[in-house]
Write a protein that binds this ligand. Structure first.
Ligand code: ZN
Length: 339
């Protein structure tokens, strides 16, 4: 077990994000820095304008798709499990189960091991590698759904609700709002897993990311772009689009749209009502409370640091288990963004 002194010197919060002074790098910095290690491609973690970026191959590709060439000065691929030496700090990337290419980052120096998990989840997701528990002295976790009331149902069960609605309302266009990176592809892959084999229509904003997922060997079945001129043909079809399209006029151009929305926040009735969601689908790319606590039990780190979300409840839970814990109060990571 390492001393508190060692862990605090190895990695600590700064306004830019988590910083390792020995290796002179930041993890998921929210402002431009010289050297950034990126856990995954969501826009609150992966930003443009850094000097050097180290990330998984998939995350680098996703950053290029979303931000264009020149999103950083130099890039380096972190292969799964490969150890990379940065000024004497040993760094390795391990699957986080959050979206395609998402990784936890393990940082080791002088026998002290810290794992920064970024965003992660444990539930079924056919579109990315499953979370791997990594032994460490300090486990850094988010707590987006860090309250005991947050318990996400089986995602396939939620998809069956969508299929039941399609059977019940065969003339209505089922419009599923889903975040463009990860959630949209997961919803489509789960539909396929549940046996839905008709074409799925997608909003234009999803095309490049869906194509990338398919090029990476993730089976999304037949996808078609939802072209507005042909809107009359969408009766009984599933159209997946980003939340921005969902709240705008785009969706209302379709015949008798039935608005669905896939998010962990759909557990909260009020949020579904506010968005005018008729069919809430509780499908989250973050851990719920049982997943958070089970993960900490799996890893049994010496200490837990909680980055963002509902930090206090998880810190208290850790302390009750005899695990030292504290909130880091990192700013710049969204609650709503990709939940
Ligand atoms: Zn994320």
């Amino acid at each position: 077990m390492s001393s508190k002194m060692n862990t605090d010197n190895l990695l600590f919060p700064t306004p830019e994000g988590l910083y390792c002074p020995i290796g002179d790098f930041h993890i998921d910095p929210v402002r431009p820095v010289q050297r950034a290690l990126i856990t995954h491609g969501h826009s609150d973690h992966a930003r443009a304008g850094h000097g050097a970026v180290l990330a998984s191959r998939e995350t680098l590709e996703i950053m290029r798709i979303r931000m264009g060439e020149g999103f950083c000065r130099t890039e380096q691929v972190a292969m799964p499990g490969e150890t990379i030496d940065i000024a004497g700090v040993r760094v390795s990337f391990h699957p986080a189960g959050h979206v395609l290419g998402s990784c936890q980052i393990r940082v080791e120096h002088a026998g002290t091991r810290i794992v920064a998990s970024g965003d992660y989840k444990r539930s079924l997701d056919p579109t990315c590698a499953a979370f791997e528990p990594v032994a460490c002295d300090v486990f850094i976790t988010e707590a987006t759904f860090g309250l005991p009331v947050f318990r996400h149902p089986d995602p396939l069960g939620e998809i069956r609700k969508l299929l039941a609605s399609l059977a019940q309302f065969p003339d209505r266009t089922h419009f599923v709002g889903a975040y463009a990176l990860g959630k949209a592809q997961r919803v489509i892959a789960l539909l396929r897993q549940a046996g839905y084999d008709k074409p799925v229509y997608m909003h234009g904003a999803l095309v490049r990311l869906c194509e990338f997922y398919q090029a990476e060997g993730i089976d999304l079945g037949e996808l078609r772009v939802a072209v507005e001129e042909e809107k009359a043909d969408f009766r009984g079809a599933v159209v997946v689009g980003p939340p921005s399209a969902f709240s705008g006029v785009w969706m209302r151009r379709f015949a008798d749209p039935l608005p669905a929305f896939a998010s962990g926040w759909m557990m909260v009735r009020q949020r579904a009502r506010q968005r005018g969601v008729e069919l809430p689908l509780v499908i989250s790319d973050h851990c719920d409370w049982p997943e958070l606590t089970a993960t900490i039990r799996d890893i049994m780190p010496g200490e837990v640091w909680v980055t963002h979300g509902r930090e206090e409840a998880l810190v208290r839970w850790c302390e009750l288990q005899g695990i030292a814990a504290r909130p880091l109060h990192l700013v710049g990571y969204e609650d709503e963004g990709d939940a």
